[in-house]
Design a protein around this ligand. Structure first.
Ligand SMILES: Nc1nc2c(c(=O)[nH]1)N[C@H]1C(S)=C(S)[C@@H](COP(=O)(O)O)O[C@H]1N2
Ligand SMILES: [Mo]
Length: 381
């Protein structure tokens, strides 16, 4: 009987393709690094915007729409780039560790940092993409975890670039096909180009969720831009469990400031001076859409209970459960003349899925904080 032979562990020389080359790795890596940095910077803005004590200004009105659209587009662009980059360098996975202990230590440190970088980068892209499709197959908090691991990626990236700097510098000078052995099939230049095109196509196929004139092109966009009153919905009234309470004639908006409080019907709100505001809903998931809102200025409501300027407000909804049933509105938003308690959208009464009888809409604010079915405004002490 012949003994089963384990196949030999491959070595780097077992991958002879001219495409496994530092010039390819460096070019694709440079684009990947840029996209990750853009996603990191815009991600920090998104994180800060969702902090209750955010100091971000309420203008420009389209600020969050832009930064979060760019965030998701940059993350999407990373996916093909990361795949090509990993394919280019994976033969290095089988490099034999060096013998001398000092070099071995450096080798292990370098391999570990690459391992952390790859794992963290894959984690960020996977959780980000899942979030875009509102699929949460995990129990941890998306926002705090995505935020924490972002720092791991950036830290490991800085270490990686520092360690590879001599190789990168050498690889980025001169054309990508310098010293390229002749052969059929894809060239190095061709692979770098393909990675770039794949990345651009991935962005085009998804960015229509936030760029209206690309809607028809973006067949993979998680949101088409359709919905009642031409605006998508994430959470319907039925899903929020507010169908009965939102249509109840006994609905009242409570406005509270310390011991002072008033109670208003939707009719009372409609009888107050109405303001129009063209403001986007810009969801953290990257889709966004413009709405023509009308309603009562939030500041006018705060005046009714004598709240001073510079007051922050807790906004609560009829929804009884769920993370987004309440929000904290910092003073710079409460004071902005475009911040409305909206009653209408697109010239009609607000549809129930968009927050009837009344919803918050403020400029430059993540969609997740634009509370629907508002039942109470309380001035914070
Ligand atoms: N009460 C309440 N308000 C909410 C939500 C929610 O789940 N509950 N979802 C928010 C999210 S995530 C977004 S993007 C916007 C979407 O508003 P729209 O459905 O009118 O487009 O509503 C926000 N307001
Ligand atoms: Mo959202």
């Amino acid at each position: 009987m012949t003994a089963l032979k384990t196949p030999p562990i491959p070595e780097q020389r077992d991958f002879p393709s001219r495409l496994h080359h530092p010039r390819v790795a460096a070019r694709v890596g440079a684009w990947l690094g840029i996209c990750f940095l853009v996603a990191f910077a815009t991600g920090l803005i998104s994180h800060l915007a969702q902090q209750p004590d955010s100091w971000l200004p309420s203008r420009p009105v389209w600020g969050y729409r832009l930064t979060q659209g760019v965030h998701v587009a940059a993350g999407t662009a990373c996916v093909p780039l990361l795949l090509v980059k990993l394919w280019t360098v994976y033969p290095r996975f089988w490099i034999r560790p060096p013998r001398p202990s000092r070099e071995l230590l450096l080798h292990v440190a370098e391999r570990t940092s690459v391992g952390v970088l790859v794992a963290a980068a894959i984690f960020q892209l996977a959780t980000g993409l899942a979030n875009v499709t509102t699929w949460y197959p995990w129990s941890f908090s998306f926002r705090s975890t995505h935020f924490a691991v972002a720092w791991v990626v950036i830290g490991a990236l800085v270490v990686h670039i520092a360690v590879k700097l001599p190789v990168v510098r050498e690889a980025l000078t001169g054309p990508v096909d310098q010293d390229e052995p002749p052969g059929d099939g894809l060239s190095r230049r061709g692979l770098v180009r393909t990675a770039g095109i794949a990345s651009a196509v991935a962005v085009l196929l998804t960015v229509g969720g936030t760029v209206p004139w690309l809607r028809k092109v973006s067949v993979l966009s998680a949101r088409s831009g359709d919905g009642p009153q031409d605006l998508p919905i994430n959470k319907s009234a039925r899903a929020a469990g507010v169908t009965a309470s939102a249509t109840d004639p006994a609905y009242r908006l409570e406005v509270v400031h310390g011991a002072t409080s008033i109670s208003l019907t939707r009719g009372d709100l409609l009888a107050m001076p109405q303001t129009a505001a063209g403001l986007p809903i810009a969801c953290v998931e990257g889709w966004s859409a413009h709405g023509d809102w009308s309603g009562v200025r939030l500041r006018d409501l705060l005046d009714l209970v004598g709240a001073p300027r510079g007051s922050a407000v807790t906004v609560s909804s009829l929804q009884e459960q769920g993370a987004f049933r309440m929000t904290h509105l910092p003073a710079q938003f409460a004071d902005d003349e475009l911040t409305l308690l909206a009653l209408g959208l697109g010239g009609e009464a607000l549809s129930i899925d968009h927050g009837y009888p009344a919803r918050l809409i403020a400029p430059n604010r993540p969609g997740v904080l634009q509370t629907k079915w508002v039942s109470r405004l309380e001035v914070e002490a």
